[in-house]
Design a protein around this ligand. Structure first.
Ligand code: AVJ
Ligand code: FE
Length: 430
């Protein structure tokens, strides 16, 4: 058992590092050290930060080993320097950052060989500390992918197109009134904010079977949605005005119609694909225009996990089996979301599609701890963000790794942010 766990952890560490290497080897040193947007770190910061977190938790804490580079801890502490200030720091250069992360990884494999996994250590039970670090790197791989989307210049990433639609998916699904179990006590790699499992009463609601598509969103634009304060919250309208929003980020108005720029390539927008790169306020305005609203976080999770046949909450919409390529568009296999109906095998029992993968889904909920929340293993992962100006996003995107995504996983961001792979679906009261 422990040996199987060790092997699977080693495989996850290596698989994840291969993606990190691809994202950072795809560009030259100048590109790695440059800031592509004040919203993002230079890629070389993410790279060394991933190594530094791995050193802190697995080499020093779990392994009890001497520090490799205590002198750089401060540079790579995300709370010490804002993203916009990071390019000016005396960061490791690309060669140093690669060498450092590789040295840390060598030590980690040694630590992994000697680690005993068992319930006597909560940090190690089920491989948790290693799982946390694997997921941390994967989260930064998604952040680095968003940085790639923001960089100018020729395309450097390639991937096959996502699958085509296999089924028409339209309309709304009724989720009946009743209690369901939100959160988890049993997912071994669930982070602190996903715990504990707790009952939540959810009044009956309708939820869209499909994500809002570019075609849907274009109808809102063409109907003057961006110019009509009726659809926007007060804050949303103020932001729309101040930021001059008139379409999702990366859309380009062209005499022949709308285009978008994706990872360095400009193409006509695809009407059947989920809309992506919208902020919470845009999602909220669209939903109001459509006579609907965004789902709450609890509604989203009930739609994704509640099994009407047994009343149990499952790990994923399709059941308890880990995601396979046929279930969901995850893991940067494709460099964009798939059209509505591309993943019938990943639908929920009631027929809600593409809850996992494709685009993060804005919910109307702020970010708070569940009843009985306990920070673990550190307050800075999530507790310090509770009650801040954030909205929860659910379900993961094409940029999220399968190991960092499940029915209970919670992401959060400021309501004005849209450089992330964010989209949405609508809901309404029943
Ligand atoms: C959970 C995506 C909001 O990127 O800020 C990475 C993940 N935390 N390093 C973020 C995270 C520490 C976090 N999000
Ligand atoms: Fe981090």
């Amino acid at each position: 058992m422990t040996d199987d766990l060790r092997l699977s952890i080693a495989a996850e560490l290596e698989r994840t590092r291969a993606r990190t290497a691809l994202l950072t080897d795809a560009v030259d040193d100048d590109d790695l050290t440059r800031q592509h947007s004040p919203l993002m770190s230079p890629l070389v910061w993410d790279l060394a930060h991933v190594g530094n977190q791995e050193e802190l938790w697995l080499v020093r804490d779990v392994g009890g080993r001497d520090p490799l580079r205590q002198d750089i801890d401060e540079l790579y502490d995300a709370f010490k320097h804002a993203r916009r200030d990071r390019p000016a720091l005396p960061l490791l250069d690309p060669a140093e950052a690669r060498a450092y992360t590789a040295q840390v990884r060598d030590k980690v494999f040694d630590v992994l060989d000697r680690t005993k996994f068992g319930p006597e250590s909560r940090l190690l039970d089920g491989g948790f500390a290693f799982g946390m670090i694997v997921q941390h790197e994967q989260q930064h791989d998604e952040t680095m992918l968003a940085t790639h989307q923001l960089r100018s210049g020729a395309a450097v990433l390639t991937a096959p197109s996502p699958p085509r639609s296999r089924q028409a998916v339209t309309g709304e699904i009724l989720i009946e009134n009743g209690r369901f179990t939100m959160g988890t006590d049993t997912e071994p790699w669930a982070l602190d904010n996903e715990r504990p499992a707790h009952p939540v009463d959810v009044p009956a609601f309708w939820i869209d079977a499909a994500l809002v598509t570019n075609g849907d969103y274009l109808t809102f634009i063409d109907a003057g949605g961006y110019d009509d304060p009726r659809w926007w919250s007060e804050r949303g309208w103020a932001h729309r005005q101040a930021a001059g929003l008139e379409a999702p980020m990366h859309w380009i108005r062209d005499p022949g119609g709308w285009l978008y720029r994706r990872f360095g390539r400009v193409t006509p927008i695809e009407p059947d694909e989920p809309v992506v790169h919208v902020c919470f306020f845009e999602a909220e305005a669209y939903a109001a225009w459509a006579g609907k609203r965004l789902p709450t976080e609890a509604e989203w999770e009930k739609a994704a996990r509640w099994d009407p046949a047994t009343g149990r909450s499952r790990r994923y919409p399709w059941g308890d089996d880990p995601p396979e390529a046929r279930h969901a568009n995850l893991g940067q296999r494709h460099l964009g979301p798939a059209p509505a109906g591309a993943y019938p095998d990943g639908a929920s029992p009631l027929g809600v599609h593409q809850l996992i993968g494709d685009v993060w889904e804005w919910t109307s909920s702020g970010f708070h701890g569940y009843p009985g929340f306990a920070a673990f293993p550190y307050r800075e992962y999530s507790e310090v963000f509770f009650g801040g100006d954030y909205r929860v996003l659910r379900g993961g995107s094409f940029g999220t790794d399968a190991a960092a995504c499940r029915g209970t996983f919670r992401n959060w961001d400021h309501p004005i942010r849209r450089q992330i792979f964010s989209g949405f679906r609508c809901a309404r009261d029943a």
